[in-house]
Write a protein that binds this ligand. Structure first.
Ligand code: HEM
Length: 329
């Protein structure tokens, strides 16, 4: 969103708020379907809790938006003698140095005449991005680190690749490095296959759909089970095994494009999938250049409660041993 506005405490509060909202949504969707009827839901304490959390998270998001508006105001006044945020408030001189943040783009759109992007829509867009981008990536990090802790041979292959590219230097990861981190990318994809952060997505059918000899009538909501697709033995042999090599080009060129869909597919798929892959690669490259991960008992099974909206381990955590890499200076 273009700046650090929240304290550590506020960030944690927001993340916890999203967790509460997700839990309430899950209760209505899966465990207590009678709460899908709005008037019944409104009689419950869950509704009151939802209202409170939404008011807190909205206030936090408004703070981010206000802060961004403020930081542009002096430039606008200096250059154009106006204090409203408008297209022209983006400082032309600073463009090459300072790239526009996502929030800036939304604000530019909001300031356009007859824009349908009013304050509420703006806040909803920002909330969606923050909520969709926070937990999904955190969960992916969690599963990746768990899997390479469980499979030290693969961890070694990843660190060998990193050492080849970075040596002893602690320079930042560049865009060019990202294209060279091929084995790391295979491990990330294999993680997203085994543990897709969103195990399922749903779609409302706006027209009849023919599928597998059946007609699914218009008006139906269908659930696409990403987890099951990723564990289909006819597509992925030995589907429960961690085999990053599956994603080497020579092993994946003839795979159906919809066989591996951690970011979903079609016009409403994840808007940030390239960004998410870059974020995972940069952070994991930095972490694994310095640290080593292991498990107390690699053969111990890890429990996943089901069903879930986001695929998390039981109690939301798995215990890893983290140590400094001794093979680097
Ligand atoms: C490993 C990380 C991530 C995974 C696995 C993931 C996966 C997904 C999935 C499965 C959907 C649902 C699409 C559908 O219903 O078909 C989605 C939607 C979305 N994601 Fe991600 N995502 C990730 C990271 C992010 C990040 C970092 C951001 C933002 C910076 C983000 C922003 C969004 C948004 C805005 C949507 C809603 C798109 C729409 O409704 O049109 N995601 N994501």
């Amino acid at each position: 969103m273009g700046g650090k506005v929240w304290s550590e405490e506020e960030s944690t509060k927001f993340a916890k708020g999203i967790d509460v909202l997700e839990n309430i949504f899950r209760q209505r969707l899966i465990h207590k379907p009678w709460l899908r009827i709005d008037w019944i839901f409104k009689l419950t304490s869950l509704y009151r809790q939802q209202k409170q959390v939404l008011s807190d998270t909205n206030a936090s998001v408004d703070k981010v938006i206000q802060n961004r508006r403020q930081s542009h105001r002096p430039k606008a006044e200096k250059h154009f003698g106006q204090s409203d945020y408008s297209v022209s408030t983006i400082d032309e001189d600073s463009r090459p140095k300072e790239r526009l943040a996502f929030l800036d783009l939304l604000m530019v759109k909001a300031s356009e005449e007859n824009s349908d992007m009013n304050d509420e829509v703006l806040r909803n867009e920002v909330s969606t991005f923050m909520a969709a981008g926070l937990d999904s990536t955190a969960v992916a990090f969690n599963w990746f680190l768990y899997l390479i802790a469980k499979h030290p041979d693969h961890q070694k292959l990843v660190t060998d690749e990193l050492d080849l590219i970075f040596g002893d230097s602690d320079r930042p990861v560049t865009a060019q490095d990202l294209t060279r981190l091929k084995y790391l990318e295979c491990c990330i994809k294999e993680t997203l296959r085994l543990y897709p952060p969103f195990p399922a997505v749903s779609r409302y059918l706006s027209e009849d759909v023919q599928s597998g000899g059946y007609t699914l009538p218009r008006g139906l909501t269908v659930v696409i089970n990403i987890f099951a697709a990723h564990h289909d033995p006819t597509v992925f042999s030995d589907p429960d095994a961690f085999k990053p090599e599956r994603f080497l080009p020579e092993n994946s060129f003839d795979r159906h494009p919809y066989a591996f869909i951690p970011f979903s597919a079609g016009p409403r798929n994840c808007i940030a999938q390239k960004y998410a892959m870059m974020e995972l690669k940069v952070c994991l490259a930095n972490i694994l250049r310095r640290l080593k991960f292991s498990l107390v008992d690699p053969s111990a099974p890890l429990e996943i409660p089901s069903p879930q909206l986001l695929l998390k381990p039981k109690d939301g955590k798995c215990n890893l041993i983290v140590s400094k890499r001794l093979d680097i200076s």
